[in-house]
Structure formats: C-alpha cells, structure tokens
Design a protein around this ligand. Structure first.
Ligand SMILES: [Zn+2]
Length: 126
C-alpha cells in the first residue's frame, strides 16, 4: 500500500464474497507508518476482467469497513490464527540440497509475499 511517498504492507487483508459484477474482491487494511492515517485499499476484478482498485482514508475507510464486514469470507489474520502459520501462500519453491555436487534431496516450500516460508515436503533423492 502507498501513502506519504512510502510503500508498506497491509496489516490485514479481508477476502470478500464475489458479487455479480465483481470478483476477487479484497480489502487491504493499514495505518500509514509515516502519518498514522487509517486507510484501506479495495481491489477487485470487474466483469470486463479489468482490475480495479481504490483507496479510502480515515472516515471513508471506516465506512467501507462497516459496509464490507458482512461480505468477509476469511481474513489474513484469522487464517494465521487458525492454522498457526503464515497465511496467503502464493507460490511454491523447490530447494535442492546438494552434497559433493550431487542433489541428495529436494525441499519444497510454500512461500508468500510477506517473506514467510514453510517446509511442505522433503524428497530424498535415490
Ligand atoms: Zn501517510
């Protein structure tokens, strides 16, 4: 998220129910680390497959939160709480474990964009 010429992570993300003309609806919540303004970023994909996003601040942010609360499917913080692990895994990563130049095992990690990593599987080679 952006404010005061800085870029920072959301403190929570709400994953919202689809609507007829909007899917992949998300609300990113944060306070600006520079000016401490409360802000949210609403994003979705509309029925023309176009990505849409809009920022709301202070009172506007609170209004949008109240409006969208009923549409919450899950939240990043709730997910973390529930599974006791970093949430929002976005991609897999394979790491080769080498010994004397030979791959002896492959470790598979699930990673997210917050820099969290969790070992999912270890495959011994040979
Ligand atoms: Zn700011």
């Amino acid at each position: 998220m952006r404010h005061c010429n800085s870029v920072f992570r959301a403190q929570d993300i709400w994953f919202l129910l689809d609507r007829d003309n909007e899917t992949k609806r998300k609300l990113y919540l944060a306070n600006c680390p520079i000016c401490n303004k409360e802000m949210v970023l609403y994003s979705c994909v509309n029925d023309n497959e176009e990505y849409f996003e809009k920022y709301y601040y202070s009172g506007g942010a609170i209004r949008i939160k109240n409006q969208l609360k009923k549409d919450i499917v899950s939240t990043m913080l709730g997910f973390k709480e529930k599974y006791k692990m970093p949430s929002g895994f976005k991609y897999g990563l394979n790491k080769e474990i080498k010994k004397n130049g030979k791959t002896i095992a492959i470790e598979q990690y699930a990673c997210d964009f917050w820099g969290n990593k969790i070992l999912v599987k270890k495959i011994e080679n040979g």
